[in-house]
Design a protein around this ligand. Sequence first.
Ligand code: HPA
Length: 286
Amino acid sequence: MTAKRNARSGDEFARAERAAKFILSKTKLRPRIGLVLGSGLGAFADELSAASRIDYKKIPHFPRSTAIGHAGRLVIGKVDDVPVAAMQGRVHFYEGYSLKEVVFPMRVFARMGIRAVMLTNAAGGICRNYKQGCLVVLRDHINLQGSNPLIGPNDERFGPRFHDMTKAYWPSYREAALAEGRRLGIEIYEGVYAALTGPSYETPAEIHYLQTIGADVVGMSTVPEVIAARHMGLRVLGISCVTNMAAGILDQPITQEEVLETGERVKGQFVALLRAVIARMAEDLK
Ligand code: HPA
């Protein structure tokens, strides 16, 4: 964003407010829960009833996703009786966006009145108990992207200069996701997510290092959004789908096809889990 464009469109808060107003003008629903559906996991949005679909490119100031497997559409609709706003696809640091642009949708969510977010992603499995296709509820994360979306002047209207990250992933949501997953017979674990920038997948030596520092899954997203969401006091749930075992865990290369195919394969389970967990999150917000 150049200084000139900035002067024209106002600050981040004003831009988020404008985008939020635009979105709310397209629907009568007033969702309190936001979802981000990661690579190959967008199918859940097709399950929503009474849905309004808005392409990111129509929303003022919204970043456009260029990654494969990301539709680039915001869907606002109902899951059973609960209104939600679901992002089919996100933008990543590796696409060349700044971290402020990456987290802009979280700013917009908060301005729309959203109070809880569920962030999903495709990830590489580091923990040896994991198998391709299993789901991992995030307990915590390690930010290895070398930056933070909050660097720069702090806007107190969003949140404080320094904010706590000790319980970044809302404990009761973690418990609910694990319990619902088990009830549905899904292979589900709890683990720590390490975020790297990508876009190259990791080397086996990097995965060995990540294992040593306590990471269970690795990916290229989610962490900036969690940081921004917590800055604004939103409650966060993170779920990874292990689309492949990380580099060097199995003696085989990692491909984008495999990542998307696994997302497709676990679609049914994933949709069932999200549906059950959203009901619990809605209960919690009452
Ligand atoms: N590494 C990083 N990001 C990923 C992976 C991986 O192995 N799989 C899916 N996203």
